[in-house]
Design a protein around this ligand. Structure first.
Ligand code: PEP
Ligand code: MG
Length: 589
């Protein structure tokens, strides 16, 4: 039966494919397709690991049998029996075999998929004791997975060719079967794994439009919907799904008519993109002759080629924290960071690269396992520059690495979430200290331009202080909106109040642009507002000349720039800022 689940649109476009349900904790296993000739060895990997775990348990049982009854809690003996029973249950292995043989999933992916199916069967059990055995099943699967990590797959292939469907085909025979991921939640670090995987779209139960998870999804330029409450419970493994990333809707089990309609929309979107790509080499100049800088936001050095392909004239925001995530406490040292920053600089082939110092905390935990549950309001807590200043050794390591990368090209350093003059002064003296350390060690480094992010209202209201110390400012509208309106950007329950057009937000943005322009200092917007084509004209009218966004948005924004006359937009833009109801003055209102 066809039904729809509504959420929040994150990344545009239509994806049509089969659902892969994912427990969030299991996103970090590898997902790739194997070759048909690898089927046997993949199944063997699961069997070998399963047998090894069975062996382990047998050994443990033997050790226990040698101990006295007082030394061994009775629950442990019973627990081991349950684990053995689950391990030897043929449903587990036969399910895994199905995913490997019929879908060519790699062994880990097949195991976690089967785990998800069995977990749901446990959830549906009426008997409380049996329901509780789900935790045992997860432990058993976890142990098999750990074993498999030591038994590598013969060939690891990410992004391998997709297969043609074998089952009840609703789609045209000639079409490949893309897969879409449905999860309760995905952290920004999960999304990084996702970036190299095979999925053509994703839907989550929770999350806001401007959560960091959503931002990474947008950078991948695949259709995505977040905040689709209940999605992961309503969908079954392998259901046909349509994701409409423009409308923020997921359609489950679509009828042939609906499929045909969305297939048409999908092809239309591809044609539109094809047309836009012709603008790649066109300079971004408004009708009245203003040259507009369109920069890219990136998460990893390997994103640089995509930025160049999209026609970016530099990187306006390299979110360096993604180098630090999912490392289970082993942060990258100076050399590793230096190499990563250098790769981004080299990758941009002489164009400027703005590296933001680490911004972890709130919805960007270093590790999924250490989500900040200790603090009531993590977004107001030890995040970004506050985190860096609280750990000077870590911060100095990063500062040295960035300064060293600056010897290889034009590097700007951007400091996130500053609010206090004392934070600015501490940051500046640590940068001086990092330079002195490199001098003492005789290591080369280059000149940098130093910028501050304006993302806390306090900063936007004390621009004089910022302009005294910094070469340029970059407006982080994602956080500026969050902190001005007191709306958690990752909470879908208040997403309707997260409003870039709130007069207070517009005032802060407008005054930051005005002050910088008046003093001849560079100013850009690097939050999501910069990549939103419905806001391009407004920002141009307010005097903004530098926009930094996901590479996927650059050409669409360029199209708006080419059609805009900024001098004619100025008076209207001021009216919008002064209005009680700015949205009513926007085109199409
Ligand atoms: C912002 O806050 O607008 C920004 C660009 O930084 P981030 O989204 O990484 O917090
Ligand atoms: Mg921010």
């Amino acid at each position: 039966m066809t039904f729809a689940v509504h959420g929040l649109p994150v990344a545009r476009g239509i994806a049509i494919g089969r659902a892969v349900l994912m427990a969030s904790s299991r996103v970090d296993v590898a997902h790739y397709f194997i070759q048909p000739e690898q089927v046997e060895s993949e199944i063997q990997r699961v069997r070998t690991s399963r047998n090894a775990v069975v062996e382990e348990i047998h050994r443990l049982q033997h050790t226990i049998s040698q101990m006295g009854p007082k030394e061994v809690p009775q629950e442990l003996t019973a627990l081991l029996d349950v684990h053995l029973m689950l391990l030897q249950d043929e449903d587990l292995i036969s399910g895994v075999k199905h995913w490997v043989i019929d879908r060519l999933y790699n062994a880990e992916w097949a195991l976690t998929t089967q785990l998800e199916i069995l977990s749901r069967q446990f959830d549906d059990m009426e008997d409380e004791y049996l329901r509780g055995r789900k935790a045992d099943l997860e432990q058993v699967a976890e142990r098999i997975l750990r074993h498999m990590q030591g038994v590598a797959s013969p060939i690891v292939q990410t992004g391998a060719p997709r297969r043609k469907p074998q089952q009840d085909l609703l789609l045209d025979d000639s079409m490949d079967v893309p897969l879409v991921m449905i999860a309760h939640d995905l952290s920004p670090a999960d999304m990084l794994h996702f970036k190299q995987s095979v999925f053509a779209g994703f839907v989550t139960d929770v999350g806001g439009r401007n959560s960091h998870t959503a931002i990474v999804a947008r950078s991948m330029d695949i259709p995505a919907v977040v905040g689709a409450r209940g999605a992961s419970n309503l969908v079954r493994q392998d259901d046909w799904i349509i994701i409409d990333g423009d409308a923020g809707v997921m359609i489950v089990d679509p009828s042939p008519i609906i499929l045909a309609e969305y297939g048409f929309k999908q092809r239309q979107g591809e044609l539109d993109r094809g047309r836009l790509s012709r603008l790649r080499h066109t300079p971004a100049i408004t009708l009245d002759g203003h040259k507009i800088e369109l920069l890219a936001n990136i998460e990893m050095p390997d994103d640089a080629p995509a930025a160049l392909i999209a026609g970016a004239v530099g990187v306006g925001l390299f979110r360096s924290e993604f180098l630090f995530m999912g490392r289970r406490g082993h942060l990258p040292d100076e050399e590793e960071q230096y190499q990563a920053y250098r790769r981004a600089v080299d990758g941009m082939e002489g164009l400027p690269v703005t590296i933001r110092t680490i911004d972890v905390g709130a919805d960007k935990p270093l590790d999924d396992t250490v989500r900040d549950i200790a603090h009531l309001n993590p977004a107001l807590g030890l995040r970004a520059i506050r985190w860096s200043l609280a750990d000077p050794a870590m911060f100095l390591t990063q500062l040295r690495a960035i300064l060293r990368a600056a010897a290889h090209g034009q590097v700007n350093m951007l400091i996130p979430m500053l609010a206090h003059a004392s934070e600015i002064r501490q940051t500046l003296s640590l940068i001086d200290f990092a330079r002195a350390e490199l001098d003492n060690r005789g290591i080369a480094y280059g000149p940098i331009k130093l910028g501050a992010m304006i993302e806390i209202p306090a900063a936007a209201l004390t621009l004089k202080i910022f302009l005294k110390y910094f070469d340029f400012l970059s407006i982080g509208t994602n956080d500026l909106i969050q902190y001005t309106l007191a709306i958690d950007r990752s909470d879908e329950s208040v997403a309707h109040l997260y409003d870039p057009l709130h007069p207070a937000v517009l005032h802060l943005v407008a005054r930051t642009i005005d002050e910088c322009n008046a003093q001849g200092k560079g100013v850009s917007v690097c939050g999501e507002m910069a990549g939103d084509v419905s806001l391009t004209r407004l920002l141009l009218g307010l005097g903004l000349r530098s926009f930094s966004m996901h590479p996927a948005q650059i050409l669409a924004v360029k199209q708006e720039v080419l059609r805009a006359d900024s001098s004619r937009l100025a008076a209207w833009a001021r009216q919008v800022v002064e209005s009680d109801d700015p949205a009513s003055l926007m085109p199409g209102a």
